[in-house]
Structure formats: C-alpha cells, structure tokens
Design a protein around this ligand. Sequence first.
Ligand code: NDP
Length: 369
Amino acid sequence: MRRVVILGSTGSIGTQALDVIRRHPDRYRVVGLAAGRNAEMLEAQARELGVPADRARLGADGPEALAELAALPDADVVLNAIVGFAGLPATLAALEHGKRLALANKESLVAGGPVVARARARGGGEIVPVDSEHSAVHQALRGGRRTEVRRIVLTASGGPFRGRSREELHHVTVADALAHPTWNMGAKITIDSSTLMNKGLEVIEARELFEVDLDRIEVVVHPQSVVHGMVEFSDGATLAQLSMPDMRLPIGLALAAPERLDEPFGPVDWSEVGTLTFEPPDLDAFPCLGLAYEAGRAGGAAPAVLNGANEVAVAAFLEGRIPWTGIAEVVAEALQGGAGNVDDVSDVLEADRVARERARKAVERRSAA
Ligand code: NDP
C-alpha cells in the first residue's frame, strides 16, 4: 500500500490522479491534500478519502503548510500538481525528506533547478515525471545506457495556433488560446501550450531530470499527440512511447513505477490513429521556445526569471490586459534585465521576485499604451 499526498488535488492533474487512485484502493491511500482556493471541493475530497482536516490545506495556509504535507512521515509519494512557482517549497520538502516526488509542477524544477538538484542529493528523494513527454523519455531511457544517449526529442502538439504566421497571431483571443486541440488542461498550461512556452519549460525540465545538455534536447511538432517523447541512442536507434492523449497513464506510472498499472489508459487503436506527422517548430511565430533555450543556456537564475515573467504575462493575457503576442515580449524584456547566480533558495526567490516586478512594469506600459 503506497501512501500518497496530492498537492493541487482540485485541478486537472489532481482530479485525474484521484480517478486513478479510486480505481486502485488496494494499492493507494491518500494521506494529505492541498488546493489553492477551492475549499468546497477540497473538503469533499478529504471527507470521501478519510483525510483528516489538518491534512487538507489551502494556499492561504502559506507555503509552510504545503511543505509540511510534502514532508509527512507517513507519506511515500508526493504528487506535486500545483500550478506555478508556488509549488517550489513542496518540491524541495518532498525531496529533502527522501520521498518519491511525482512531479507535474514543472515550474518548480525549471525555476529552482540547482537547488532542487541539491535537495534531491541531500535527502535521497526521487523524481518521477508526470509530464507526458518526460514520462515517455523516462520509459524510453530504459532501452540503453545513459552514456549511449545521443538525443532526447520532445513532441509538441503545436497548440491551437500551429501553422499561423507571426502576423496572423496579433489578434487571437483568450478563448482561441484556451481551445487546445488535443489536451484538456488548466488555463495556465493551456496558454503556455499555445505560445510553446510550455515546450520551452519542458526542454529545461528535461535537462534537469535527465542531466542531458540542452543542445541534445530537441522539439518536434506532432499534432496528433500520440508519440509523447523519444530517445535516440548512439547506434542510431530511436525508442519512443506512444499512447492516445490521457494523462492518467503517466500519472499512474509515476505512482506505480517501476511497476505498471494493470489498467490501460489511452491504448492505441491502430485502425483509428491514421497518419502521424512531424514538423519543426516555427521559432519566428512562437518566440517563447527560443527564449526558453536562451534562458536555459544562460543558466543560473535565468530560468527563474523566464518562469516568473511568464506567469505574470500569462495572467495579464488571461485578464485581457495584453495581447497574446505581448506574452513573449514581456518575457523577453524581463530576461534582458539579466539574472544572477543561484547558490541557495533565497537566490531563486529573489530572481522570481525581480522577474515579476520587471514583467509587471512591462505589462503596465503595454496596457497604458
Ligand atoms: P489546474 O489549474 O487545473 O490546477 C492547479 C491546482 O493547483 C489546483 O488544484 C489549484 O487549486 C492548485 N493551486 C493553485 N495555487 C495553489 C497554491 N498557492 N497552493 C496550493 N494549491 C494551489 O492546473 P493543471 O492541473 O493543469 O496543472 C498543474 C501542474 O501540472 C502545472 O504545473 C502544469 O504545468 C502541470 N501539467 C499539467 C498537465 C495537464 O494535463 N493538466 C500536463 C502536464 C503537466 P484551486 O482549484 O483551488 O485553484
């Protein structure tokens, strides 16, 4: 019986994780829950699952409350499905206390890469990715030695605006950007998918997870979202993981690994799947992907600046304060201000704070114009 803490239990990943767990009551027991503001749903989940009230916490309880849940002595697995930088304290606490961290909250790993690596080394915790692309790579890596890996390829659906030129993207609306063609996800990641920032964050996430140089991590657009990720080995062989889009598969694997659940989520029906296509990303129309590579190569606190500025820019776009094309402009402006080194977690928090300040100013200038 694995005892699981679910942080972000009211969201898209959180509710799908609970769906997986409900189907396997013999394997999993939920011992802690957290959400941002949705107290009603959180309470209902806690009641149903028998989680004590002091183990069902809200964002308003503060970052320490999340870290406490992630460090619970009777927890084996912590699923971090919080959205955004707010997930960092829980990521660090889970790893420092030697837990398995089932990580959906990519923002904490992207922004806090060096401090997360240290927490993992110090506490002996383990990260198992929930992101479908990284779950695919995690699986494909079993096919060879680490020294034999030549290239990691992450697939991107291309989002709702695939094929549009830079000029055509000037007037897209919030509703257009939220209409993802293949995945049904929370608002922030859906916007990140439309700008390809999500893929940019994933490139940095892959570097942190698999310790592979950024220049050996590539992105290919694959609109059908059936091939999730690939690893090319030294002899030219590429191993890929395929399944229909269903996040319950990577969530289930992150909970059960190294075992697999005996229930299929998203098996491929070859008579339905038709043609699988692959094309290079358009870096001119989707500059966020290039910005992420730039921040990843700069290292230090630059990924934290990228992430913090992006969170502010996405929120401003969702509130109708800047156009969709303004997201990349705001992030670029924040990155131009530079970034320092990361020695400890205070450097990450400071980089995030500065990034948000720069981004807010950039948003204000645009909304005043
Ligand atoms: P949602 O917006 O659907 O859910 C976010 C969850 O985080 C909600 O439970 C929300 O609570 C909670 N939350 C927000 N702020 C806080 C806070 N300060 N403290 C505690 N909880 C908080 O997002 P998704 O489920 O789509 O995404 C979650 C993470 O998983 C993101 O990092 C995303 O990039 C990643 N991911 C998501 C995928 C997907 O298919 N959805 C795929 C791959 C990765 P409340 O409901 O109360 O607001």
